[in-house]
Design a protein around this ligand. Sequence first.
Ligand code: DAK
Length: 256
Amino acid sequence: MATVLLEHPAAHVALLRLNRPEARNALSPELREELRDHFLALAHDADCRAIVITGDASAFAAGADIKAMADIGPAEMMASDDEANWAAIHNCPKPIIAAVDGYALGGGCELAMSADIIVAGESATFGQPEVKLGIMPGAGGTQRLTRAIGKHRAMLMLLTGATMSAGEAFAAGLVSQVVDDDRTVEAALSLASKIASMPPIAVAEIKRVVLAGMDASLDTAIMLERRAAYLLFGTHDKNEAMNAFIDKRKPVFSGT
Ligand code: DAK
């Protein structure tokens, strides 16, 4: 049975469902490799313009699989080259929306934070409890959480394993939107469809510049923005969008 299921619920939208409900969608090595393969394929799928990733009602993902890590040492961890699995997600040029219900803990929280937008059901719980296991986040959690919510709230979570509710995560800036529990995937898909209806090159450049700019000085980041903004003036979709506005009609985008 596949540990990640791929669906195409709407035009240009891919939905990835983690499928280990018996283990709270813990990220086993097999699951991480399947996720990697899906993201690599979707990155090159011209029909795909937005990706939603979700778990089930009880868990988005409860973190890396503790049972698979219990007897592993550093050399084996390194040899597993898990970085390549995560890199496929972090380098994916398509917009990613995490639809989070239930627990998003450890690697599960890191997976949610790898998305561009996080939609949370009101009962969702976020946390980085690795410290309680004598380890620490290894897929970007110390850095992405700190960038999202600031040093002092991040330290509190990382050093104590304390969790945050969806409402707290929204207030802290970790979550983009909180919805009723039974509407999480629907709300994420609706956002995905909206993004998928936008000019794809503009969407890709906005994602690229936001992410690259976060790691650059303000001057460098603004230079990246300006370069990308100039580039968009050379696209067919820019002409189409502006002419459609002037002609008072709906634009039809070609992704060129
Ligand atoms: N791993 C393996 N199995 C898990 C699991 C996990 N993370 N979480 C839950 N399960 C399994 C349980 O063992 C149980 O299995 P059975 O006993 O039925 O066989 C089943 O899922 C149901 O779990 P519970 O009975 O505990 O369910 P509850 O609803 O009562 O509680 C829970 C749900 C999510 C609160 C609880 O299961 C829990 O606390 N889970 C562990 C959460 C956790 O500590 N997460 C952090 C894992 S460490 C790295 C990259 C990444 C990482 C590290 C290094 N490098 C690249 C170096 C990441 C590390 C982590 O994420």
